[in-house]
Design a protein around this ligand. Structure first.
Ligand code: AMP
Length: 433
């Protein structure tokens, strides 16, 4: 019987993987523009890293985590998100003691959630994210949004919808939780089991419920904006004014709460539809958080962070459909064509020499008909064919064929480097026009 990939996982193959790498490279380049460095933490962590950091009550941790006992009887989990592991790492290595604050890191890698797979939702997917930790500043909060927007802009996204909200400081949220409980209490019996639990643990999450009737109820619930302390309100306006100054458009969505207990001050999400109107869900989500460092034994006095995580599959799907990834697979520079068995060993060596010059080369590994080789060259998106037969070997030449213009001419082996440099030099200029 055939063995297929695990439900909710997916393979990323060849030119598709080039698209993913391109997204990673753009993200990395943008993060580095802002002085963020890469952080690679294990996919596998002690389960406690996540239960501690996100609170036992978050849906992700409670219901969606891949948790198991290893052979030594330890409870381990595949990471369901990037922040907890990053904070665990920063505290474990005491990075705050030996580095200037804020600590600024970015990451790119797989995360795992046992969710029901559907369009834009996988069980293994890739998140690209940043964390800026150890300083409490609206500038830093705004910068996180700016980094996300610059990445998306660079990738070619247009018509983005940026939603922001403030969850205020602890006092604001305490007052708001009470207001929400007062509002939901009379309806509680009709609400879903999760919401009844959220009512006790953190009623803010009731606004994140996916059950239609509960969403309707949530729409008329009190808004956090009416419960922000004066200080929290000022802080929010400061963050917004920084976004205004940089020309970043957003809409304040008073219903945006996001799931984690740690979130406070600004939270945000970015949405986009594909060219044909498909909605894959939020492209990214993030916000400011307080209190996570000390939960890992870190310093209480610097216990602040801000970050976001974007779903790379969703970015890929939209970019792919919009044609923004069309040029990502550059194709081969050269497809080398040995005419007949005798030319094969010479071609094998010649290919190596040309690769040494920095050109990408592929060739058949056995005798093949001319027509078949041209088909292969075309599928490999080769720009030039170098044809080598008995005649050419005797004359110390190769035939160079431009596969676009079909122009063909002989070149002496000793002049090949110069010829290729000038051919590809022209190509380059062509690209830059
Ligand atoms: P979250 O950590 O839940 O805030 O998610 C951050 C981003 O990851 C979302 O905005 C999505 O783009 C992406 N994402 C979340 N869950 C999934 C999933 N199951 N499959 C694919 N992408 C996801």
């Amino acid at each position: 019987m055939a063995i297929n990939s695990v439900k909710g996982t997916h393979d990323i193959i060849g030119s598709e993987a080039m698209g993913y790498q391109y997204i990673e490279n753009v993200f990395k380049a943008v993060c580095e523009l802002y002085g963020y460095q890469p952080l690679v933490t294990p996919i596998l962590e002690h389960t406690e890293v996540f239960t501690r950091a996100t609170g036992e009550a978050s849906d992700v941790v409670r219901k969606e985590m891949y948790t198991f006992l290893d052979k030594g009887g330890r409870s381990l989990s595949l990471r369901p998100e990037g922040t907890a592991g990053a904070i665990r790492c920063l505290v474990e290595h005491k990075l705050a003691a030996t580095n200037d604050l804020p600590l600024k890191y970015y990451y790119f890698g797989p995360v795992f959630r046992y969710e029901r797979p559907q369009l834009g939702r996988y069980r293994q997917f890739i998140q690209a994210g940043i964390e800026a930790v150890g300083e409490d500043s609206p500038y830093l909060d705004a910068e996180a949004i700016v980094i996300a927007m610059r990445t998306l802009d660079f990738l070619g996204f247009r018509d983005l919808k940026v939603k922001v909200n403030s969850l205020g400081d602890q006092n604001s949220r305490e007052a708001y939780r009470e207001a929400l409980r007062d509002y939901f209490r009379p309806h509680l019996a009709d609400m879903c089991a999760d919401c009844r639990e959220r009512f006790e643990l953190n009623p803010l999450r009731m606004l994140d419920c996916k059950v239609p009737a509960d969403i309707e109820l949530g729409k008329l619930a009190p808004k956090i904006s009416d419960y922000l302390s004066e200080e929290a309100e000022k802080r929010f306006y400061k963050t917004l004014s920084l976004l205004n100054a940089l020309g970043i458009e957003y809409e304040v969505d008073p219903g945006l709460v996001r799931g984690l207990d740690y979130y406070g001050q600004v939270v945000f999400e970015v949405h986009a539809k594909s060219a044909s109107g498909v909605d894959y869900g939020a492209l990214l989500g993030g916000g400011h958080y307080d209190g996570m460092l000390s939960d890992f034994g870190g310093d209480k006095s610097i216990d602040h962070g801000v970050g976001f995580a974007m779903g790379v599959e969703r970015l890929y799907s939209i970019l792919q459909e919009g044609g923004q990834l069309d040029g990502v697979d550059p194709g081969l520079d050269i497809y080398l064509m040995p005419l007949g068995e005798e030319a094969l060993p010479d071609c094998f060596e010649l290919a190596e020499q040309i690769r040494g010059l920095g050109y990408t080369v592929s060739l058949p590994y056995q005798k093949m008909k001319m027509g078949a080789m041209f088909k292969r060259a075309e599928r490999a998106k080769a720009k030039f064919a170098l044809i080598v037969g008995e005649n050419e070997i005797a004359l110390g030449e190769v035939q160079v064929k431009n596969l676009e213009s079909k122009e063909q001419f002989p070149v002496k082996i000793e002049e090949l480097e110069q010829t290729l440099d000038s051919l590809f030099g022209e190509e380059e200029e062509h690209h830059h026009e």
